[in-house]
Design a protein around this ligand. Structure first.
Ligand code: GLA
Length: 378
């Protein structure tokens, strides 16, 4: 753990009562279907965000971050309500609001999840704060409760219309497994995900093209799905089959038809991915990743030139499969590759980016890691 303890004492004059950590995520497959009641299959990455917290005996909330030169932002607890302007501190404030905290606190954040890379640094931030507060004040929220409360913080306090996948995996993931999450009731199954024993590696390519879920593209996709559900009179896209969709085509706009086709086919691909993972059939997993990317690019329209370039260059360099991950419009792609081809795949993607004059990409690898946990109690 970094020296958050020492820095906390420097900023606030006393030791923290608790420190918790929560990871970012990569979604293996199941994109843009969490808000349509689908199943998704993400895993937690090793990079985590830490929150150190101490209870105060007044109603002040003071918050600082080791990534923001320890500048302290201060608010009265009673002022922490949706609509309050701010920057990154809106995420922890949103969690304080949604968990109904009634005591003043000091918080220090140390974030190690790459920002703006589509690896859910915001969910990591929300979930480490929520985990620390839940234990510190013995609130008794289950992991499912915490997932819903942190999503509520992001939806209603920060104003980002995200689904529930990122918070759930940051809270519930197990090391060595991908998390099969039913986004309707938040039930889970941990699916062993060990590419290394088959000589493979999952390369994460941060395109450095920046995405923002507040730009409207994400909300527009959600609205299309909701419109299809309303027009067809079904509870969610999970209830829709490809045959039904084909026979209802006349009731939908062409865009709605394409969005729904992505959702229906992606839901099936998640189940197929579980089946092939259980057989360690990584060649078939690769094909599913490719199909997912094509569907996100062509039917859902959330890819971008940098993501397509990362995927195409990885495949040309011999990857078993590749796709964009997360909300899209930038952020990261993943490529399932032979571990012995890592250097040449990186070189091929770097060259493809340079040829197109894109900003140089960044590369990460990560084994599936543990979800949020308390790592120190004062
Ligand atoms: C973002 C959202 C998630 C999910 C993905 C797309 O990461 O926060 O809820 O919708 O996009 O799968």
């Amino acid at each position: 753990m970094p020296d958050i303890d020492k820095r906390f004492v420097q900023a606030f004059g006393a030791a923290p009562d608790i420190i918790a950590a929560a990871p970012g995520r990569v979604n293996l497959i199941g994109e843009h279907i969490d808000y349509s009641d689908g199943f998704v299959l993400p895993f937690a990455i090793k990079d985590r965000t830490f929150a150190a917290i101490r209870v105060r005996n007044d109603r002040k909330v003071r918050i600082t971050s080791m990534q923001r030169r320890n500048k302290v932002v201060e608010q009265n607890l009673d002022a922490i309500k949706p609509g309050l302007k701010g920057e990154w501190e809106r995420y922890p404030f949103g969690v304080i609001w949604s968990l109904g905290i009634t005591s003043g606190i000091d918080i220090m954040i140390d974030g190690h999840v790459p920002l703006g890379a589509g690896l859910s640094s915001s969910a990591a931030l929300e979930c480490c704060v929520a985990t620390a507060l839940n234990h510190l004040f013995s609130l008794g929220n289950s992991l499912e409760d915490l997932a819903r409360l942190t999503q509520r913080a992001e939806n209603e306090y920060v104003g980002v219309p995200c689904g529930i996948m990122d918070q759930s995996v940051s809270l519930m993931a197990h090391s060595g497994s991908a998390l099969l999450l039913d986004c309707r009731d938040l039930s889970t199954r941990h699916i062993a995900f060990d590419v290394a024993s088959s000589g493979l590696e999952l390369l994460i390519i941060d395109t450095q093209a920046h995405h923002s879920l507040t730009d409207g593209g994400y909300a527009e996709r959600r609205a299309s799905c909701e419109s299809v559900v309303a027009k067809l009179g079904i509870p969610s896209l999970r209830e829709l089959s490809l045959n039904q969709l084909a026979s209802s085509r006349g009731m939908l706009t062409e865009t709605e038809f394409m969005r729904a086709r992505h959702a229906v086919t992606e839901m099936k691909r998640v189940m197929d991915a579980v089946e092939v993972l259980e057989k360690k059939d990584f060649a078939s997993l690769g094909l599913l990743l490719n199909q997912s990317h094509a569907s996100l690019r062509d039917d859902y329209n959330v890819s971008c030139p940098e993501l397509n370039c990362a995927v195409d260059a990885s495949l040309a360099a011999g990857a078993l499969g590749a796709r964009m991950v997360g909300g899209g419009f930038g952020g990261s792609a993943i490529a399932l590759i032979n571990a012995s081809h890592t250097t040449q795949t990186i070189a091929a993607v770097e060259k493809a980016f340079a040829d197109k004059r894109f900003k140089a990409p960044r590369f990460f690898t990560s084994l599936p890691s543990q979800g949020a946990e308390v790592i120190q109690r004062g």
